[in-house]
Design a protein around this ligand. Structure first.
Ligand code: GRF
Length: 213
């Protein structure tokens, strides 16, 4: 069975959606850079090993990333899942996990990298918003896109209502992508995410790749 390590910084609802999806995977550990991350308690309660690698206890990014990689590699995961992990990673760290580290970002990339995506989408007058799962590269929120789900931006939406609509889709999309990786169907090839046996999405479908795989 393949193994996964999940990195979080906060409440960990995406981590939870992966744990609860009943995937054929061994979630070896949940690691946080913040001792107060809400998701740590959930992981502990569910018998998952947890660890904190506190970025404030390291002199610089390189030292922090080195300590983090050491903690991750103790578990020898096949896949590293960033789930609301709010740290900029050094090139060496990213290179070490090339093709086996994925991230979820609450916008339709390449639009709205970085923070406050929902507010910025509303301010820009977007009619659709959404979520992207991508392989992690050295470029912030810039790695090869694996899958996206779009949601409408409704009249009267504020940051909170839009965030909630997107988050509901995050919880569906992320476990699916993790499953593809565990099934050896998802790879990074020549800088692009390749999904084997991809179902053809129905015309006009808002989710890609295919909804019925
Ligand atoms: C999610 O919206 C995720 O896309 C973003 O940070 C948020 C984390 O939420 N990167 P949670 O900790 O998974 O609940």
């Amino acid at each position: 069975m393949k193994s996964v390590v999940i990195l979080i910084s906060g409440r960990g609802s995406n981590m939870r959606s992966i744990v609860e999806a009943g995937l054929a995977a061994n979630v070896r550990a949940v690691i946080s850079n913040r001792p107060d991350a809400g998701g740590l308690a959930y992981a502990r309660e569910h018998g998952i090993a947890t660890a904190v690698v506190d970025h404030t206890q390291h002199p610089d990014r390189t030292a922090f990333d080195r300590a983090l990689a050491q903690e991750i590699d103790r578990h020898a995961p096949d896949l590293v899942v960033l789930a609301g992990f709010m740290r900029i990673l050094t090139p060496g760290f990213v290179e070490h996990y090339a093709g086996r580290m994925i991230n979820i970002h609450p916008s339709l990339l390449p639009a709205f990298t970085g923070l406050h995506t929902h507010r910025r989408a509303i301010e820009a007058g977007c009619r659709i918003a959404g979520v992207t799962v991508h392989f992690v590269t050295g470029e912030l929120d810039g790695g090869p896109i694996i899958a996206q789900t779009a949601v409408p931006v409704l009249a009267g939406d504020d940051e909170a209502t839009l965030a909630a609509r997107v988050l509901a889709q995050e919880h569906l999309l992320y476990p699916r992508v993790v499953r593809w990786f565990l099934e050896d169907r998802l790879t990074l090839q020549h800088g692009r995410a390749v999904l084997r046996d991809e179902a053809t999405p129905a015309a006009g479908a808002l989710t890609a790749p295919g909804a019925d795989d």
